[in-house]
Design a protein around this ligand. Structure first.
Ligand code: NAD
Length: 239
């Protein structure tokens, strides 16, 4: 029960890493609000509250955080997890594809942090966890907009950590390597095999292995941790 009494909002919770976070946090005693633009294929565990939240919508963010506060009186943890990926290289990227990626993977995090901070400042406490990627601090070829968004999330997190440190709000980014989820399952097999082959542990990670890192950052065990990057990648970035 490492999150007993905590009120948590998770985005993109209907699948993959977000679902694992919602499930684990609920098991650890948190009141979990699991949000997404779709419902999960497998129902959320009993006690998890389902919310519809498109992270690109200011109105959705305002309504979701208001619903959490109305129900539970506070918001202790925000996990900005919702994300999409696309592979266009710089010279192939049109404005529509660029804007779509930036609006979900970067603007979604901005809107979420902004809304959460407004409540967390009143409480003088809170933990924000932003899911970036190994491609937020290193690069492969292609996927230009994804790198842009995930790199921005890394530094937006540090800025939030510095801006609100005196308000008792912590903000940290999480940088998964290859994780076996519907997002990666939808990708070309050769691409996945190449990333796994380049991973020292020679396997993909599981969503729960990322969720356990988020659990530490959500809990009071990480009370002296802010502005940091938690890399969960089977050793990829250590090379
Ligand atoms: P996933 O596709 O399984 O889950 C992503 C969820 O986000 C989906 O349920 C989807 O409906 C939701 N979503 C998409 N657009 C949304 C929007 N506008 N508003 C709200 N929800 C929206 O993917 P995943 O692998 O679990 O990825 C979760 C996060 O982890 C993403 O930010 C992704 O970039 C990041 N990540 C994943 C990996 C990996 O290998 N799987 C690696 C590094 C980082």
């Amino acid at each position: 029960m490492r999150l007993q009494g905590k009120v948590v909002l998770v985005t993109g919770a209907a699948s993959g890493i977000g679902y694992a976070v919602a499930e684990l946090f609920s098991k650890e005693g948190a009141t979990v609000f699991a949000s997404d633009i779709v419902s999960p294929a497998q129902a959320y565990p009993a006690g998890v509250q389902e919310l519809t939240l498109d992270v690109t919508s200011e109105a959705d963010w305002a309504a979701a955080v208001a619903a959490v506060v109305e129900h539970s009186g506070r918001l202790d943890v925000l996990v900005n997890n919702a994300g999409i990926i696309a592979y266009e290289a710089l010279d192939e990227l049109d404005m529509t594809a660029w804007m779509r990626m930036i609006s979900v993977d970067q603007t979604g995090v901005f809107l979420g942090m902004r809304e959460a901070v407004r409540t967390m400042r009143k409480q003088q406490s809170g933990s924000i966890i932003n899911i970036s990627s190994i491609w937020g601090s290193a690069a492969v070829g292609g996927a230009h907009a994804y790198h842009a968004a995930k790199g921005a999330v890394r530094n937006m997190t540090k800025n939030a950590a510095m801006t609100y440190v005196a308000d008792g709000i912590r903000a940290n980014s999480v940088h998964p390597g290859f994780i076996d989820t519907p997002l990666t399952n939808a990708q070309a097999l050769e691409l996945n095999e190449a990333v796994i082959a380049a991973t020292p542990m020679k396997r993909g990670g599981k969503a729960i292995e990322v969720a356990y890192g988020c659990l530490f950052l959500a809990s009071d065990e990480s009370s002296y941790v802010t502005g940091t990057e938690l890399v969960i990648d089977g050793g990829y970035l250590a090379q």
